[in-house]
Structure formats: structure tokens, C-alpha cells
Design a protein around this ligand. Structure first.
Ligand code: ATP
Ligand code: MG
Length: 320
């Protein structure tokens, strides 16, 4: 089957290993076979902070990361919210399709409120999952490669698509989420690895920075290294990450380390991560910011054509 793939990231900082194993690896794989849209979710930056901050620098960072991991601008369309008015306009009819109670019970929104740096929780915090439905449906996306935190949002999109179709006729496909090798990679403090939570190993970090971050990672006091995600989540997360970088099972790595303790685990992990990221980091140094911005402008133009067509179809279906 031929898919239209949509996925994206907030320009809130450089991409990290959670992104790579949660979604980027899948995007790179899918781009050879399917139509892929990649969204720089700039309007989503203000869901949990009062101002967009150094938005241009963060967008540049994101674009360089995309190109470094191997997203090919000849194959994928990279675009941003703020350049596509017609996409954003879909939010209005879509909001009418969900209830306040449904918006209130979204577990990812609750987690994000807990980590928010806003002075007060804004309306956007509750409604952005519906905005994400507009992101996915403007191009009639059918496949959404995301991390586990996004599953409740993909559910909202599926609800919006189904309800729109019931009320106004079949316009939208009902998309599926696709998870990667690490649906939820934890950060070095044991919580979800996140750009905004200071617990991430970014793809672009230097080898020394990577070593320092891993040295400071939380573990436990048992010298015998075992892979037990339920009872030893911190150690298990480091083993999982080493396994992903080395293409090996985390259990096997644990057995190899045995009584080497957290120190041996961290040494092994540092080497595995730095080795794995070396080609990505090298490519990143070769990409030019002006070229990256040109790619975004071209992507914006392509995405906008799709949004204009979809909004027109929505207007006609609704009888406007
Ligand atoms: P922020 O802290 O600013 O929200 P983030 O690190 O959560 O940043 P997002 O831009 O919100 O990154 O998420 C982009 C994509 O990466 C989403 O599909 C999300 O599910 C995925 N993702 C983010 N963090 C992880 C993680 N730790 N493990 C797996 N997937 C992740
Ligand atoms: Mg996030």
C-alpha cells in the first residue's frame, strides 16, 4: 500500500536520541517508498511556554538535524505551520468535532502541563492535539511515525477524521501511528528524554559532551548489571540505548558487562553512542544553513498547495 506519511517536531532545541530511535529512523526508511511530509511544528512551541524564544535558531538546528540523519529533500517535503494558513484554518471545524471532556482527559497533555514553564495553562495546551489533527489530515496522512507520547494525539486525529466523515461525507483517511525501535526512550534523569527537560543526548553533541552526559546518568547501586525494565528502569534504559546503537539485544550486553557495574556500562554506552552518531555528526558539519532554509521555503510552497486543496474540499463538504 502507498502511504502518505506525516510527522514532525517542535523547534524547541536540537534533536536527540529519543527522536532518532522513536521516529527519525522510520522517516528515513519510509522516504524511499512513500510520500513523506515533515513538519517543523513552530506554532506548537507556545503550548508550554509564554514566548517562542530563539525560534529561528531552533528551526535552523532542526533543519540541520533532518539533513544530517539522512532525510532527503528530493524525497520529503519539509514545511512549517506558520507558513500554511490553510492548514491552521482546519482547526476551526475540527475543534467543533471534539468535546471538552475528551480534550481534558489526554494523558500526554497532563504530563506536559506538569513540565510546563508557562505562567498559566493556556487554551492551546488543551487544543493543540486537535491542531495536530489538522497537521496530519491537511495532506490526508495515513501513517504517522511517532513516539509513544504521541499515541493519544493520533487517537484524537482518528476521532476527528471519523466524525468529520460521518457528518459531512468521506473526505479523510483514518491514519495509523507507527512506532520505532524505542517508542519511549528515557533521558539521563529517568524521565522521558525531551529537548525541553535538560536530560537529552542531542545528536549534534560533541563526543566529550556525550561522555559527560552519560557519566552523570542516574543508575542504581547494584554492581551486577541486568536488564530488568520493571525493577531497574534507569539501568535498563542505558542498556536499551546501547543495544539500539550496536544493533544488539540489551540482555546480551547486560550479560557481557556482568559485575562490571555502572562504570563499565557507561563506558560501553559512550563508545556505542559516539560511534553510532559519528557519520550523522560529520554530515551535519557539511550542511549549509542557507541551503537548509531554501529547502524549507520550497517545502512550504509544496505543502501549501495541498492545504489549499484540502481546505476547499472541506468547505464544499460542509456546504460553505
Ligand atoms: P519538547 O521537550 O520540546 O516537547 P521533545 O523531545 O518531546 O521536545 P517533540 O518535538 O515534542 O520532542 O517530539 C517530536 C517527535 O519525537 C514525536 O513524534 C515524539 O513522539 C518523538 N519523541 C520525542 N521524545 C521521544 C523519546 N524520548 N522517545 C521516543 N520518541 C520520542
Ligand atoms: Mg514533546
Amino acid at each position: 500500500m502507498n502511504h502518505t506519511v506525516l510527522t514532525g517536531d517542535r523547534p524547541t532545541g536540537p534533536l536527540h536520541l529519543g527522536h532518532y530511535f522513536g521516529t527519525l529512523a522510520n522517516r528515513v526508511r519510509l522516504q524511499d517508498v512513500h510520500e513523506v511530509f515533515v513538519l517543523v511544528a513552530d506554532y506548537q512551541v507556545i503550548i508550554d511556554r509564554d514566548r517562542p524564544g530563539g525560534i529561528q535558531a531552533n528551526i535552523d538546528d532542526l533543519l540541520l538535524d533532518y539533513l544530517a540523519v539522512g532525510l532527503d529533500p528530493g524525497k520529503v517535503t519539509i514545511f512549517q505551520h506558520s507558513a500554511i494558513p490553510e492548514l491552521n484554518q482546519l482547526l476551526l471545524p475540527f475543534l467543533s468535532l471534539v468535546s471538552v471532556a475528551e480534550l481534558n482527559r489526554n494523558p500526554t497533555v497532563k504530563d506536559e502541563i506538569a513540565h510546563s514553564s508557562q505562567t498559566a495553562v493556556s487554551g492551546l495546551m488543551f487544543t493543540y492535539p486537535v491542531h495536530q489533527a489538522a497537521d496530519i489530515l491537511f495532506c490526508k496522512g495515513t501513517l504517522v511515525p511517532v513516539g509513544k507520547d504521541q499515541l493519544p494525539h493520533v487517537e484524537v486525529t482518528r476521532l476527528v477524521a471519523r466524525r468529520f466523515n460521518e457528518r459531512y461525507g468521506a473526505v479523510f483517511p483514518v491514519p495509523e501511528a507507527m512506532m520505532g525501535g524505542a517508542p519511549l526512550l528515557n533521558g539521563l534523569d529517568g524521565g522521558k528524554m525531551s529537548k525541553s527537560r535538560g536530560n537529552a543526548i542531542s545528536l549534534k553533541a560533541s563526543e566529550d559532551e556525550t561522555a559527560a552526559l552519560i557519566r552523570a546518568a542516574r543508575t542504581d547501586s547494584d554492581r551486577h548489571i541486568t536488564y530488568e525494565p520493571e525493577t531497574r528502569p534507569e539501568v535498563a534504559n542505558l542498556l536499551l540505548l546501547a543495544g539500539l546503537c550496536l544493533g544488539r539485544a540489551p540482555q546480551e550486553i547486560a550479560e557481557e558487562i556482568g559485575y562490571g557495574g555502572a562504570r563499565r556500562l557507561k563506558e560501553l554506552l559512550t563508545e556505542a553512542v559516539n560511534e553510532f552518531l559519528r557519520p550523522i555528526r560529520e554530515r551535519r558539519r557539511e550542511v549549509d544553513v542557507a541551503e537548509a532554509r531554501r529547502i524549507l521555503r520550497e517545502g512550504n510552497a509544496r505543502a501549501r498547495e495541498r492545504a489549499v486543496d484540502t481546505l476547499e474540499e472541506v468547505r464544499v463538504a460542509m456546504g460553505f
